[in-house]
Design a binder for this molecule. Structure first.
Ligand SMILES: Nc1ncnc2c1ncn2[C@@H]1O[C@H](COP(=O)(O)OP(=O)(O)O)[C@@H](O)[C@H]1O
Ligand SMILES: [Mg+2]
Length: 284
């Protein structure tokens, strides 16, 4: 038994080289979309032959830790709850290994779960599921910075965290809270990614619908890397709804290229944090 008030024990995952948390201060900024497409982009950096269908096969996992709002099932085209007796987990889609509470129970059922049950389920997802050796496990954290998120970031052996924001001021305020949470639990922030940054017209002109430069400014302020901008593209949500993320469906699109650049930045930051010295303290 642990004494009350002590932080939860960290799980060891020796078979997984890098565990990356994707977080946001609030919902709706595209955190799940970023987690899924980043996972696919990372897989493509491992085996980069386009459209071989075997990009980085089995070397990247995506764990949906957003128990109350799982979106991995829909984004990855797993429409129905799967039969646990006959289905081995993790599931595999597009070369990724996947786990989500949404595979096990319809979302309405999980809503009544309390914190400790949610936590136990996630610990099981990390420890009881045979992920096999992985280069990267991307975890889609629940939105926000409450107790559940804090416990999770203390339990999972995170190599680093990515914070997703949009250019709007309100989203940036919430992103600051995310930075503070990871500082408290001493998880290195790999950087900030700004989603829905701009719309690019066919002639190449960029329209910044929600302002410009917010994510970059926040990163500079906090002394963490700015990992890049993901444009707005209606195909992102179409692909999400149809169960095939844009990086897989349209690997030549501007959005997919932005994700490949993001993956390269993330790999670079992981390499740096691995080598130490420690990232500078986040200044807020
Ligand atoms: N770059 C983008 N361009 C267009 N739509 C996007 C983009 N990123 C996310 N979306 C859409 O925004 C909505 C919210 O995204 P989601 O990933 O579910 O957010 P969160 O996990 O932060 O709540 C989804 O419909 C998604 O398809
Ligand atoms: Mg989500």
């Amino acid at each position: 038994m642990q004494p009350p008030g002590s932080p939860p024990q960290k799980i060891a995952l020796p078979n997984i080289h890098n565990v990356i948390a994707v977080a946001s201060g609030k919902g709706g900024v595209g955190k799940s979309t970023v987690a899924a497409n980043l996972a696919l982009a990372l897989a493509r950096t491992i085996t980069p032959q386009p459209s071989s269908g075997k990009e980085g096969i089995g070397r990247v996992g995506l764990l949906d830790a957003d128990i109350y709002g799982p979106s991995v099932p829909i984004m990855m085209g797993v429409r129905d709850v799967v039969d646990q007796r006959t289905t081995p987990f993790p599931l595999e889609r597009y070369g990724l290994k996947l786990m989500s509470m949404g595979f096990l129970v319809p979302p309405v059922q999980a809503v009544i779960w309390r914190g400790p049950m949610v936590h136990r389920a996630l610990v099981q997802f990390l420890t009881d599921i045979n992920w096999g050796p992985l280069d990267y496990l991307v975890i889609d954290l629940p939105p926000g910075t409450g107790d559940a998120q804090l416990t999770l970031t203390q339990t999972a052996p995170l190599s680093g965290a990515i914070i997703v924001t949009t250019p709007q001021d309100v989203a940036l305020i919430d992103a600051r809270k995310g930075l503070e949470m990871f500082r408290q639990v001493r998880v290195p922030v790999l950087g900030i990614v700004e989603n829905m940054s701009y719309f690019q017209g066919e002639d190449g002109t960029r329209v910044h619908l929600f302002g410009h430069g917010g994510g970059q400014k926040l990163a500079a302020e906090a002394g963490v890397p700015f990992l890049g901008e993901i444009p707005i593209d209606p195909r992102v949500s179409e692909c999400g709804d149809q169960g095939e993320p844009i990086v897989h469906r349209y690997p030549e699109s501007g959005v997919a290229k932005a994700y490949q650049a993001l993956a390269a930045m993330v790999i670079e930051q992981l390499r740096r944090t691995d080598q130490g010295p420690e990232l500078p303290e986040v200044q807020l």
